[in-house]
Unconditional design. Structure first.
Length: 553
């Protein structure tokens, strides 16, 4: 690959690399991710620096991975013989191409897509952008094969200009960002090895996941000095079934589920207010009952989980507030169902049955404690569930585990169990009032001003990258209470979504995002804006690296 890249401008290098990478499908959860890792590794090996020092490129297999995926590492050592190191990382996987519909066959062909989007039947904005020649289309063009390409181009640049490098650069290309983040979580273990054995001082991690306009006509390029976190609050709702001929005696879990959704989903009261930040309220990702076939019995149980972004809020607060609103739902719906049943009987002169309308609301921790107080061995049940599990979806495994635990409730009490499910992404940002934070922010500001003066681009700095990214797993700044609440209310967390908390807490790597720029990530109209992403962004990243290494610690 080097033979094709040498002599090209940075813009031309990034464009060629992006097209090359887009042409290889690497959908999350497929063997294509392993192929893409091999392609990236071969490109790196072609660079003269790594021809001379092949030991500076290595891969890390993801343990017990179904698709035998791996992380690719490449190290450029400074001539200064220093331990100061900056990490540059990017993910190599993409979402699938089913959204391309009739043109799915060209989803990985940027030139063919460019011709397609120039046609008259295409929406005017897309047609205009295609005709401009400034946009590159294709699955992964924006999210984020162009980001991988930018890092590769900068890797080549610094490997050929070592005199400009006052510290080490460690590049990481990892799989599975779009799903379970197994790549970056494994990479943390390797970073910790280097931290201990090489005494590397990781001063900053630079991700270049995509950025996009935040409103119509927005031309600002955003620099994010942290990343929003995420929890996945889940609800297992055990009702009371009945024949539809006696439906008014049932406690319908789908009604309870719908009421939780009505009160929480898209409710701005659950949204954090942070000046200048792009924040979002909770939203529904799954809601269903657990009936597997038609019959005339009302549903017995239902499941629900929500996407819930966190910025400054603690896990403890999230669990407490969701339990509180669920308790309100249970009490209000119990009263409503009882009133409806009593009114029905009274108006029709029917003798009322003695019915208990109460609904218990518990966190997973409280539910497990209740069972264990009764002598139920929850550890044994968990082990058995995993031994016989045929599910591949981690959320459904958690629901199955709770279903098995609920079966050990002799009274089959109607209840709502509130818990956390896969995935959990820690929230963090660079603290600007600390000496280290001030040093990093000052370096970023100097670089942004330098590039702005040279190009006319306008930059703005924000605290939280709003789209979630692998940078979430490089730093954990939460409290011990948060960790305890997470572990106690996340069923089988160590099995379903292991997180290297100890390593993250010890290294505390500051993580920022300087992203490629474009539109419609995860859509069939996905496209990257070449003038900024292929030319300005590489210069910005180089400038941040140089300024940070110049700043004394």
């Amino acid at each position: 690959m080097y033979e094709q890249l040498k002599g090209l401008s940075t813009f031309e290098q990034v464009e060629l690399l992006t097209k090359t990478l887009v042409s290889y499908p690497s959908y999350s959860g497929t063997e294509g991710e392993t192929l893409k890792a091999n392609v990236v590794q071969e490109i790196i090996y072609s660079f003269p620096y790594f021809q001379q020092s092949p030991e500076h490129v290595w891969s890390q297999s993801i343990l017990e991975d179904l698709y035998q995926r791996k992380n690719v590492f490449a190290l450029i050592r400074s001539n200064k013989k220093t331990k100061r190191t900056i990490i540059l990382h990017a993910h190599i996987d993409t979402v699938h191409t089913s959204d391309y519909g009739a043109i799915q066959s060209i989803a990985h062909q940027p030139d063919a897509l460019l011709r397609y989007f120039k046609q008259d039947h295409v929406p005017e904005e897309l047609k205009k952008e295609a005709e401009s020649g400034d946009w590159l289309f294709g699955r992964g063009s924006l999210d984020m094969q162009s980001g991988v390409a930018v890092h590769l181009a900068n890797m080549l640049y610094f490997s050929e200009n070592l005199d400009e490098l006052e510290g080490n650069l460690l590049f990481i290309f990892n799989p599975d960002e779009e799903a379970e983040h197994v790549g970056i979580k494994a990479a943390v273990k390797e970073l910790y090895r280097l931290y201990k054995t090489e005494n590397f001082q990781f001063e900053l991690a630079i991700n270049n996941d995509f950025i996009t306009p935040l409103y119509e006509g927005d031309q600002t390029k955003y620099i994010y000095t942290g990343t929003a976190g995420k929890v996945l609050p889940a609800f297992y709702i055990q009702g009371r079934e009945s024949h539809v001929g006696e439906a008014l005696t049932a406690i319908d879990p789908t009604v309870l589920s719908s009421e939780i959704v009505r009160r929480v989903a898209y409710n701005l009261d659950f949204m954090e207010e942070i000046d200048g930040e792009h924040v979002m309220p909770p939203s529904v990702l799954l809601q269903r009952d657990e009936k597997e076939a038609y019959n005339v019995q009302t549903p017995l149980s239902a499941t629900l989980y929500l996407n819930y972004f966190i910025y400054e809020k603690s896990i403890q607060n999230v669990i407490y507030e969701l339990k509180a609103v669920t308790q309100e739902v249970a009490e209000d719906m119990s009263a409503k169902m009882q009133k409806t049943y009593e009114s029905y009987c009274r108006e029709r002169n029917i003798a009322e049955k003695s019915i208990d309308w109460s609904i218990k609301v518990q966190t997973f921790q409280e539910f497990v404690k209740e069972l264990e107080d009764r002598g139920v061995n929850t550890t044994e049940i968990t082990t058995r569930v995993f031994a016989s599990n045929g599910e591949r979806d981690a959320r459904q495994i958690a629901f199955r585990l709770i279903r098995e635990l609920v079966a050990h409730d002799p009274g089959t009490t109607p209840r709502i169990i509130v818990f956390l499910a896969t995935p959990y992404l820690p929230n963090h940002t660079i603290e600007r009032d600390t000496p280290e934070g001030k040093r990093i922010i000052a370096s970023i500001e100097k670089a942004a001003n330098e590039i702005s003066d040279a190009t006319g681009e306008q930059f703005a700095m924000k605290r939280f990258f709003p789209f979630l990214a692998d940078g979430n797993f490089l730093n954990f700044s939460g409290s011990e209470t948060d960790l305890q609440m997470l572990r106690e209310n996340f069923p089988a967390q160590e099995k379903l979504f292991p997180i290297p908390f100890d390593e993250m807490k010890e290294m505390q790597i500051p993580a920022i995002n300087l992203g490629v720029y474009g539109k419609d990530g995860h859509r069939w109209t996905e496209r990257v804006y070449k003038p900024y992403s292929f030319e300005t962004l590489p210069l910005l990243i180089r400038s941040v690296i140089k300024h940070l290494f110049r700043e004394t610690k």
